[in-house]
Design a binder for this molecule. Structure first.
Ligand SMILES: [Mg+2]
Length: 170
């Protein structure tokens, strides 16, 4: 239940999508689970937002007018340099193997294809929260675990902190 998560430290999240409905739907879901979410509707504004505050997680659409998600991810990785690096997750209709490979090359940690199952998303966020707040007792993590979308994330090939999930097939 969402209310059981409110005592957990929230993650800061930036959602970027040129579809306002898609962006705000995802933001509303994440807020329901206690995360602190801001929304940008184009890539240029997203980069401006990231200059002032780097969140824990960025959900980034790929197909956007102006700067697309690949360009935003590349700029974000370059700008963050040796500082805080967010998890960058593609949420996109771009589903081909070539798209996935390009997103990995652009600096995405994970590539999700729309429509994303809300249960998978919530489970994934709880795992991020566990990884980013390691002081949470393991028993509490297990008690809060949604049990969805979890153990099938392994087996990928990208060697980043969280990138083992990158090549999960839909
Ligand atoms: Mg789009």
């Amino acid at each position: 239940m969402p209310s059981s998560h409110t005592a957990w430290p929230p993650l800061s999240v930036l959602v970027v999508d040129d579809s306002a409905d898609t962006a705000h739907s995802l933001a509303d879901l994440l807020r329901l689970y206690g995360h602190a979410v801001r929304v940008e509707l184009d890539g240029r504004r997203a980069l401006m937002s990231l200059e002032s505050d780097v969140p824990d997680v960025v959900f980034l659409d790929i197909r956007m007018p102006g700067l697309d998600g690949f360009q935003v991810a590349e700029s974000l990785r370059a700008r963050c340099g040796g500082g805080k690096q967010p998890l960058v997750i593609a949420v996109t209709g771009a589903a081909s193997e070539a798209d996935r490979l390009r997103s990995a090359g652009a600096g995405f940690d994970l590539h999700l294809v729309k429509p994303v199952d809300p249960g998978v998303l919530v489970g994934m966020m709880e795992r991020f929260r566990r990884l980013l707040a390691p002081s949470i007792p393991a028993a509490d993590v297990a008690a809060h675990d949604t049990g969805r979308g979890g153990d099938d994330w392994g087996g990928g090939s990208k060697s980043s902190q969280f990138g083992c999930w990158l090549t999960r097939s839909e």
